[in-house]
Unconditional design. Structure first.
Length: 208
């Protein structure tokens, strides 16, 4: 039995961690957490993740919460030098920056697009750029190659790509030829498709 266990929900952002695991090709198993409204989280799970949210990864006695942390952990442990640039690789800085940017900038920009956020005392506003500016920044980064680090696919593409694809599929992120082509390249990867089949099983929404 594998030491790697991913606690996940169906049709959730657990997809990103599933995609990472599938790209790595490592042995793992999953445990489903019921995230339907009103469903109580099992007490053993709350001891692993007090928020009750998913995903959570365990690796023996190690417990990792939050998707970027899970992907960073897996990249360094199982994809070091491939999906995760080595510490001496000068691209490591860009890699780490994009990993964090995916949830610190792109995701909140997506979630608040079209919403006027109130200014905080002292005139401070949101700590992220508006969605259209975030899209411009990402499109400019992709001008240097098919992936964020040029010709090399990394876990940064998993983190940013999953967030971008979600926003495109929900309509929260508008169409853009460069970004749409990027999403299509990522969704053509077999590991992405395997993760999608796990995250969105065919019987999730049976025909009426």
């Amino acid at each position: 039995m594998s030491d790697l266990v991913l606690y996940r929900g169906v049709a959730t952002r657990s997809f990103t961690a599933l995609w990472m695991l599938e790209e790595l090709g490592v042995a793992y198993r999953t445990e489903l957490i019921d995230r339907r409204p009103g469903a109580a989280r099992p007490e053993p799970y709350l001891r692993l993740n007090p928020t009750g949210e998913v995903p959570t990864l365990t690796d023996g006695e190690a417990v990792v919460r939050e998707t970027p942390a899970i992907c960073l952990y897996l990249g360094d442990r199982h994809g070091y030098g491939t999906l995760a640039p080595r510490i001496e690789d000068p691209r490591r800085g860009d890699y780490l920056s994009w990993m964090v940017w995916s949830t610190a900038a792109l995701d909140p920009a997506r979630a608040t697009a079209g919403v006027t956020l109130p200014l905080k005392p002292g005139g401070w506003g949101a700590g992220w750029r508006p969605l259209l500016e975030a899209m411009r920044i990402l499109a400019e980064a992709l001008a240097h190659g098919p992936y964020l680090l040029g010709e090399t696919f990394t876990a940064a593409d998993i983190m940013v790509g999953a967030t971008l694809a979600m926003g495109r599929h929900t309509g929260e992120i508008p169409a853009d030829p460069v970004l749409d082509a990027y999403v299509q390249r990522l969704e053509a990867r077999p590991a992405n498709q395997r993760a999608g089949a796990l995250n969105w099983p065919p019987d999730l929404f049976p025909p009426a």
